[in-house]
Design a protein around this ligand. Structure first.
Ligand code: SAH
Ligand code: TRP
Length: 301
Protein backbone atom coordinates (compact mmCIF):
# COMPACT_ATOMS: atom_id res chain seq x y z
CA UNK A 1 0.00 0.00 0.00
CA UNK A 2 1.14 3.50 -0.74
CA UNK A 3 1.10 6.51 1.56
CA UNK A 4 -2.44 7.62 0.66
CA UNK A 5 -4.06 4.23 1.43
CA UNK A 6 -1.99 3.81 4.61
CA UNK A 7 -3.01 7.24 5.86
CA UNK A 8 -6.67 6.69 4.98
CA UNK A 9 -6.73 3.44 6.98
CA UNK A 10 -4.67 4.79 9.85
CA UNK A 11 -6.50 8.05 10.42
CA UNK A 12 -9.97 6.51 10.34
CA UNK A 13 -9.25 3.84 12.98
CA UNK A 14 -10.74 4.21 16.47
CA UNK A 15 -7.14 4.47 17.75
CA UNK A 16 -5.37 6.48 15.09
CA UNK A 17 -2.09 5.30 13.66
CA UNK A 18 0.42 6.27 10.97
CA UNK A 19 2.66 3.60 9.47
CA UNK A 20 6.36 4.10 10.29
CA UNK A 21 7.91 3.64 6.86
CA UNK A 22 6.82 7.21 6.06
CA UNK A 23 9.12 8.54 8.78
CA UNK A 24 12.07 8.26 6.41
CA UNK A 25 11.85 11.01 3.81
CA UNK A 26 15.06 13.01 3.23
CA UNK A 27 14.63 15.03 6.43
CA UNK A 28 13.51 11.98 8.40
CA UNK A 29 16.57 10.01 7.29
CA UNK A 30 18.77 12.94 8.36
CA UNK A 31 17.09 13.11 11.76
CA UNK A 32 17.46 9.35 12.19
CA UNK A 33 21.21 9.67 11.54
CA UNK A 34 21.30 12.32 14.28
CA UNK A 35 19.41 9.97 16.65
CA UNK A 36 22.08 7.32 16.10
CA UNK A 37 24.76 9.49 17.68
CA UNK A 38 22.70 10.75 20.63
CA UNK A 39 24.10 9.81 24.07
CA UNK A 40 20.73 8.28 25.03
CA UNK A 41 20.44 6.14 21.89
CA UNK A 42 22.55 3.14 22.92
CA UNK A 43 21.40 0.66 20.20
CA UNK A 44 23.61 1.98 17.40
CA UNK A 45 26.91 2.07 19.31
CA UNK A 46 26.17 -1.22 21.07
CA UNK A 47 25.39 -2.97 17.80
CA UNK A 48 28.46 -1.47 16.14
CA UNK A 49 30.72 -2.73 18.93
CA UNK A 50 29.26 -6.25 18.54
CA UNK A 51 29.82 -6.11 14.78
CA UNK A 52 33.42 -4.98 15.23
CA UNK A 53 34.11 -7.74 17.75
CA UNK A 54 32.53 -10.56 15.74
CA UNK A 55 32.75 -9.44 12.10
CA UNK A 56 35.04 -12.26 10.96
CA UNK A 57 32.94 -15.04 12.47
CA UNK A 58 29.70 -13.44 11.31
CA UNK A 59 30.79 -12.99 7.71
CA UNK A 60 32.30 -16.48 7.66
CA UNK A 61 32.19 -17.77 4.08
CA UNK A 62 29.54 -15.28 2.91
CA UNK A 63 30.42 -13.69 -0.45
CA UNK A 64 27.18 -11.79 -0.87
CA UNK A 65 25.65 -9.38 1.63
CA UNK A 66 22.03 -8.28 1.28
CA UNK A 67 21.05 -5.54 3.73
CA UNK A 68 17.43 -4.63 4.36
CA UNK A 69 16.74 -1.07 5.54
CA UNK A 70 20.39 -0.31 4.89
CA UNK A 71 20.03 3.46 5.27
CA UNK A 72 23.52 4.96 5.05
CA UNK A 73 25.02 1.50 5.71
CA UNK A 74 27.35 3.08 8.29
CA UNK A 75 27.72 -0.07 10.41
CA UNK A 76 27.72 -2.37 7.40
CA UNK A 77 31.17 -1.14 6.49
CA UNK A 78 32.47 -3.17 9.42
CA UNK A 79 31.32 -6.31 7.57
CA UNK A 80 32.59 -5.11 4.19
CA UNK A 81 35.99 -4.36 5.77
CA UNK A 82 36.58 -8.09 6.32
CA UNK A 83 37.37 -8.04 2.58
CA UNK A 84 35.44 -11.23 1.93
CA UNK A 85 32.17 -9.83 0.60
CA UNK A 86 32.15 -9.64 -3.22
CA UNK A 87 28.63 -8.42 -3.82
CA UNK A 88 26.55 -5.98 -1.73
CA UNK A 89 22.80 -5.45 -2.18
CA UNK A 90 21.55 -2.52 -0.05
CA UNK A 91 17.74 -2.50 0.03
CA UNK A 92 15.79 0.53 1.29
CA UNK A 93 12.62 2.59 0.66
CA UNK A 94 14.73 5.72 0.68
CA UNK A 95 16.97 5.78 -2.39
CA UNK A 96 20.45 6.95 -1.50
CA UNK A 97 23.66 7.80 -3.31
CA UNK A 98 25.19 4.87 -1.48
CA UNK A 99 26.33 2.92 -4.52
CA UNK A 100 28.71 5.62 -5.80
CA UNK A 101 30.28 6.19 -2.40
CA UNK A 102 30.76 2.49 -1.78
CA UNK A 103 32.08 1.75 -5.25
CA UNK A 104 34.83 4.31 -4.63
CA UNK A 105 35.60 2.97 -1.15
CA UNK A 106 35.54 -0.71 -2.11
CA UNK A 107 36.75 -1.11 -5.70
CA UNK A 108 36.45 -4.95 -5.55
CA UNK A 109 32.81 -4.81 -4.52
CA UNK A 110 29.81 -5.19 -6.82
CA UNK A 111 27.10 -2.88 -5.45
CA UNK A 112 23.53 -3.57 -6.61
CA UNK A 113 21.16 -1.23 -4.73
CA UNK A 114 17.43 -2.02 -4.65
CA UNK A 115 14.79 0.60 -3.89
CA UNK A 116 11.68 -0.99 -2.47
CA UNK A 117 9.47 -1.80 0.49
CA UNK A 118 10.85 -4.81 2.34
CA UNK A 119 7.32 -5.73 3.40
CA UNK A 120 6.20 -6.11 -0.21
CA UNK A 121 9.15 -6.23 -2.60
CA UNK A 122 11.59 -8.90 -1.37
CA UNK A 123 11.32 -10.44 -4.85
CA UNK A 124 13.33 -7.46 -6.14
CA UNK A 125 16.47 -8.90 -4.53
CA UNK A 126 18.57 -10.13 -7.46
CA UNK A 127 19.07 -13.89 -7.76
CA UNK A 128 22.02 -15.35 -5.90
CA UNK A 129 25.15 -16.58 -7.61
CA UNK A 130 26.34 -20.16 -7.37
CA UNK A 131 29.22 -20.42 -4.93
CA UNK A 132 28.36 -17.05 -3.36
CA UNK A 133 26.78 -17.93 0.02
CA UNK A 134 24.45 -15.14 1.05
CA UNK A 135 24.22 -13.23 4.32
CA UNK A 136 21.01 -11.24 4.73
CA UNK A 137 21.44 -8.50 7.33
CA UNK A 138 18.65 -6.66 9.06
CA UNK A 139 20.24 -4.34 11.59
CA UNK A 140 19.37 -1.50 13.92
CA UNK A 141 16.56 -3.28 15.74
CA UNK A 142 14.24 -2.52 12.82
CA UNK A 143 12.73 -6.03 13.23
CA UNK A 144 11.20 -4.60 16.42
CA UNK A 145 9.17 -2.10 14.41
CA UNK A 146 6.79 -4.83 13.15
CA UNK A 147 3.72 -6.03 15.03
CA UNK A 148 4.31 -9.63 16.21
CA UNK A 149 2.23 -11.44 13.59
CA UNK A 150 3.63 -9.32 10.79
CA UNK A 151 7.11 -9.97 12.15
CA UNK A 152 6.68 -13.72 11.85
CA UNK A 153 5.30 -13.43 8.33
CA UNK A 154 8.23 -11.20 7.44
CA UNK A 155 10.78 -13.67 8.84
CA UNK A 156 9.08 -16.44 6.85
CA UNK A 157 9.53 -14.33 3.69
CA UNK A 158 13.17 -13.66 4.60
CA UNK A 159 13.84 -17.37 5.10
CA UNK A 160 12.91 -17.78 1.44
CA UNK A 161 15.58 -15.30 0.32
CA UNK A 162 18.54 -16.98 2.02
CA UNK A 163 19.29 -19.56 -0.67
CA UNK A 164 21.49 -22.63 -0.10
CA UNK A 165 24.08 -22.03 2.67
CA UNK A 166 22.53 -18.63 3.39
CA UNK A 167 22.28 -17.05 6.81
CA UNK A 168 20.31 -14.25 8.40
CA UNK A 169 21.98 -11.63 10.62
CA UNK A 170 19.49 -9.85 12.82
CA UNK A 171 20.16 -6.95 15.21
CA UNK A 172 17.60 -6.79 18.01
CA UNK A 173 17.12 -4.65 21.09
CA UNK A 174 16.81 -6.64 24.33
CA UNK A 175 14.54 -5.94 27.27
CA UNK A 176 16.54 -3.93 29.78
CA UNK A 177 15.93 -1.19 32.39
CA UNK A 178 13.05 1.11 31.58
CA UNK A 179 15.31 4.01 32.59
CA UNK A 180 17.66 3.01 29.80
CA UNK A 181 15.08 2.11 27.14
CA UNK A 182 12.74 5.08 27.43
CA UNK A 183 15.27 7.94 27.14
CA UNK A 184 16.60 6.31 23.96
CA UNK A 185 13.24 7.22 22.41
CA UNK A 186 12.77 10.54 24.20
CA UNK A 187 16.11 12.33 24.26
CA UNK A 188 16.85 15.56 26.09
CA UNK A 189 17.78 17.46 22.91
CA UNK A 190 14.42 16.66 21.30
CA UNK A 191 15.81 15.03 18.17
CA UNK A 192 13.53 11.99 18.50
CA UNK A 193 10.55 14.31 19.02
CA UNK A 194 11.44 16.14 15.79
CA UNK A 195 11.82 12.81 13.97
CA UNK A 196 8.45 11.61 15.18
CA UNK A 197 6.70 14.91 14.31
CA UNK A 198 8.29 14.84 10.86
CA UNK A 199 5.82 12.15 9.77
CA UNK A 200 3.13 14.86 9.92
CA UNK A 201 5.18 17.04 7.55
CA UNK A 202 5.40 14.07 5.18
CA UNK A 203 1.61 13.76 5.16
CA UNK A 204 1.27 17.54 4.70
CA UNK A 205 3.67 17.55 1.74
CA UNK A 206 2.44 14.39 0.03
CA UNK A 207 -1.29 14.58 0.66
CA UNK A 208 -1.97 18.28 1.10
CA UNK A 209 -2.83 17.88 4.79
CA UNK A 210 -2.75 20.81 7.20
CA UNK A 211 -1.28 19.19 10.33
CA UNK A 212 0.03 21.95 12.63
CA UNK A 213 3.10 20.34 14.23
CA UNK A 214 2.95 22.71 17.19
CA UNK A 215 -0.39 21.16 18.18
CA UNK A 216 1.20 17.75 18.83
CA UNK A 217 3.71 16.53 21.39
CA UNK A 218 6.00 13.52 21.26
CA UNK A 219 5.23 10.64 23.64
CA UNK A 220 7.37 7.50 24.14
CA UNK A 221 6.94 4.84 26.81
CA UNK A 222 7.69 1.17 27.43
CA UNK A 223 4.58 -1.01 27.33
CA UNK A 224 5.44 -3.88 29.72
CA UNK A 225 2.61 -6.11 28.49
CA UNK A 226 3.63 -6.09 24.85
CA UNK A 227 7.29 -5.45 25.71
CA UNK A 228 7.74 -2.66 23.24
CA UNK A 229 8.45 1.05 23.21
CA UNK A 230 5.47 2.83 21.81
CA UNK A 231 5.85 6.16 20.04
CA UNK A 232 2.88 8.45 19.80
CA UNK A 233 1.91 12.02 18.99
CA UNK A 234 -0.54 13.60 21.45
CA UNK A 235 -2.92 16.41 20.43
CA UNK A 236 -2.43 19.40 22.72
CA UNK A 237 -6.00 20.54 22.13
CA UNK A 238 -9.14 19.52 20.26
CA UNK A 239 -8.93 20.36 16.56
CA UNK A 240 -9.66 18.98 13.11
CA UNK A 241 -7.06 18.23 10.46
CA UNK A 242 -7.94 18.34 6.78
CA UNK A 243 -6.28 15.89 4.36
CA UNK A 244 -7.09 17.46 1.00
CA UNK A 245 -5.94 14.62 -1.28
CA UNK A 246 -8.21 12.18 0.58
CA UNK A 247 -11.10 14.65 1.02
CA UNK A 248 -10.88 13.67 4.68
CA UNK A 249 -11.47 15.61 7.89
CA UNK A 250 -9.82 14.07 10.93
CA UNK A 251 -11.04 15.22 14.33
CA UNK A 252 -8.65 15.04 17.30
CA UNK A 253 -9.78 15.35 20.89
CA UNK A 254 -7.62 17.16 23.41
CA UNK A 255 -5.02 14.61 24.61
CA UNK A 256 -5.85 12.11 21.87
CA UNK A 257 -2.85 10.06 20.84
CA UNK A 258 -1.84 8.85 17.41
CA UNK A 259 0.55 5.88 17.25
CA UNK A 260 3.51 6.27 14.90
CA UNK A 261 5.90 3.43 15.78
CA UNK A 262 6.59 0.51 18.06
CA UNK A 263 10.06 -0.74 18.88
CA UNK A 264 9.85 -4.22 20.34
CA UNK A 265 12.48 -5.37 22.82
CA UNK A 266 13.30 -9.06 22.81
CA UNK A 267 14.52 -11.94 24.88
CA UNK A 268 16.51 -14.70 23.25
CA UNK A 269 13.61 -17.11 23.82
CA UNK A 270 11.13 -14.85 22.07
CA UNK A 271 13.35 -14.41 19.05
CA UNK A 272 13.98 -18.15 18.86
CA UNK A 273 10.22 -18.78 18.92
CA UNK A 274 9.80 -16.30 16.05
CA UNK A 275 12.61 -18.02 14.15
CA UNK A 276 10.99 -21.42 14.71
CA UNK A 277 7.70 -20.18 13.29
CA UNK A 278 9.59 -19.11 10.16
CA UNK A 279 11.48 -22.41 9.82
CA UNK A 280 14.74 -20.84 11.02
CA UNK A 281 17.15 -21.98 13.71
CA UNK A 282 19.60 -19.95 15.72
CA UNK A 283 23.21 -20.45 14.70
CA UNK A 284 24.96 -17.89 16.89
CA UNK A 285 24.03 -15.26 19.46
CA UNK A 286 26.15 -12.29 20.53
CA UNK A 287 25.10 -9.76 23.16
CA UNK A 288 26.87 -6.90 24.95
CA UNK A 289 27.95 -7.16 28.60
CA UNK A 290 24.90 -5.16 29.75
CA UNK A 291 22.53 -7.39 27.72
CA UNK A 292 20.94 -4.44 25.93
CA UNK A 293 21.33 -5.49 22.32
CA UNK A 294 21.94 -8.75 20.47
CA UNK A 295 23.10 -9.97 17.10
CA UNK A 296 21.42 -13.23 16.15
CA UNK A 297 22.59 -15.39 13.26
CA UNK A 298 20.03 -17.89 11.93
CA UNK A 299 19.73 -20.36 9.08
CA UNK A 300 17.01 -22.50 7.58
CA UNK A 301 16.54 -25.45 9.95
N1 SAH B 1 20.28 -0.03 9.08
C1 SAH B 1 20.45 1.33 9.56
C2 SAH B 1 19.17 2.17 9.42
C3 SAH B 1 18.02 1.76 10.32
S1 SAH B 1 16.66 2.91 10.21
C4 SAH B 1 20.89 1.29 11.00
O1 SAH B 1 20.93 0.22 11.57
O2 SAH B 1 21.21 2.35 11.56
C5 SAH B 1 15.54 1.98 9.26
C6 SAH B 1 15.86 2.00 7.77
O3 SAH B 1 14.90 1.16 7.15
C7 SAH B 1 15.74 3.38 7.12
O4 SAH B 1 16.84 3.58 6.27
C8 SAH B 1 14.42 3.30 6.35
O5 SAH B 1 14.45 4.09 5.17
C9 SAH B 1 14.31 1.82 6.04
N2 SAH B 1 12.93 1.34 5.96
C10 SAH B 1 11.92 1.55 6.85
N3 SAH B 1 10.81 0.92 6.45
C11 SAH B 1 11.12 0.30 5.28
C12 SAH B 1 10.40 -0.54 4.38
N4 SAH B 1 9.12 -0.85 4.62
N5 SAH B 1 11.04 -1.03 3.29
C13 SAH B 1 12.36 -0.74 3.06
N6 SAH B 1 13.10 0.05 3.87
C14 SAH B 1 12.49 0.55 4.97
N1 TRP C 1 14.59 0.93 14.32
C1 TRP C 1 14.77 2.04 15.27
C2 TRP C 1 14.45 1.52 16.68
O1 TRP C 1 13.46 0.83 16.86
C3 TRP C 1 13.86 3.15 14.85
C4 TRP C 1 13.73 4.32 15.77
C5 TRP C 1 14.63 4.82 16.64
C6 TRP C 1 12.61 5.17 15.85
N2 TRP C 1 14.12 5.95 17.27
C7 TRP C 1 12.90 6.16 16.79
C8 TRP C 1 11.38 5.18 15.22
C9 TRP C 1 11.97 7.16 17.11
C10 TRP C 1 10.47 6.17 15.53
C11 TRP C 1 10.76 7.15 16.45
O2 TRP C 1 15.21 1.76 17.60
Amino acid sequence: MGLADDVLDGLTRPFKELPPKHLYDARGSELFEAICSLPEYYPTRTERALLVEHADTIVGDAAELVELGAGSAAKTRVLLDTGRVRRFVPFDVSPTALDETLAAEYPQLDVLPVTGDFEADLDRIPGGRAGFPRLVAFLGGTIGNFLPGTRRGFLRGLAGTLGPDGRLLLGAGLITDVDVMEPAYDDAAGVTAAFNLNVLSVVNAELGADFDLSLFEHVAFFDPVNEWIEMRLRARRAHTVRVAALDLDVPFERGEELRTEISTKFTRERLEADFASAGLVLDAWYEDADARFALAVARVG
